[in-house]
Design a protein around this ligand. Structure first.
Ligand SMILES: [Zn+2]
Ligand SMILES: [Zn+2]
Length: 230
């Protein structure tokens, strides 16, 4: 007694775990004692769940090493596979993002401490990397500096593209009303940040380097325009 009709029925169609160390070897076990495996005729793995678990536990290191090795050997394909899956499966992506967010919420301080520690450990490497990156991308460097200084002054900071500003203004300086050679191009905050101007494309115009340094932090109303060159 005490055995439900259902597990009774599955025990009839069940099978024995063949593993020599199985505690229930030789005993017919219910179907739900086995994981499913469609490759087998009866649709079940041959070892019972407990034996599979025990095997995996005992061979954890070997299994992990094998997985890592297989991943390394097919890295690009594996990455492509997960990228495609991630990109095409909205539900999966939403779930993954939510999991990330929950993890972040629960471990905010731990993550911050880890980031700090890692930044300290890699301080020199990061500095060299950043320097090389900014040297290779002068436009990014300019924008990065400008945003930093604008934020420090409490100015409104918008995303700015100097390429777009140059395309809009052309190589022409609005302060002296002359053409600007490519190596003389500079960008001026029309209303200076220190006077409440925004770091925005609307408030930035192409000028000569020399005109930029002549203008200082003055407003247009405080200047005698156009500047006379020379
Ligand atoms: Zn077993
Ligand atoms: Zn000029």
């Amino acid at each position: 007694m005490g055995v439900s009709a259902r597990s009774d029925a599955s025990a009839v169609t069940g099978k024995r775990c063949p593993r020599t160390t199985c505690a229930k070897r030789g005993v017919v076990q219910p179907r739900d004692a086995f994981h499913k495996d469609r490759r087998n005729k009866d649709g079940l793995e041959s070892w019972c769940k407990a034996c599979v678990r025990q095997y995996n536990e005992e061979n954890k290191d070997r299994i992990n090493a094998y997985r890592r090795e297989r991943y390394r050997a097919n890295r690009e394909r594996e990455r492509e596979k997960s990228r495609t899956y991630y990109a095409t499966n909205d539900a999966y992506r939403e779930k993954a993002l939510e999991k990330d967010r929950a993890y972040y919420r629960a471990n905010r301080e731990k993550i911050a401490a880890y980031d700090r520690e890692r930044n300290q450990r890699n301080a020199e490497k990061n500095l060299a990397y950043n320097r090389a990156y900014l040297e290779a991308h002068p436009e990014k460097s300019r924008e990065y500096n400008a945003r930093y200084h604008a934020r420090k002054r409490g100015a409104t900071v918008e995303s700015v593209s100097y390429e777009r500003i140059l395309a809009r203004d052309g190589h022409w300086c609005y302060l002296c009303e002359n053409d600007v050679a490519p190596n003389e191009v500079s960008y001026d905050h029309v209303v200076p940040l220190s006077r409440g101007g925004a770091h925005s494309e609307a408030n930035i115009k192409v000028v000569h380097r020399s005109c930029n340094s002549r203008k200082l932090n003055r407003l247009l109303s405080e200047l005698k325009l156009p500047f006379q060159n020379g």
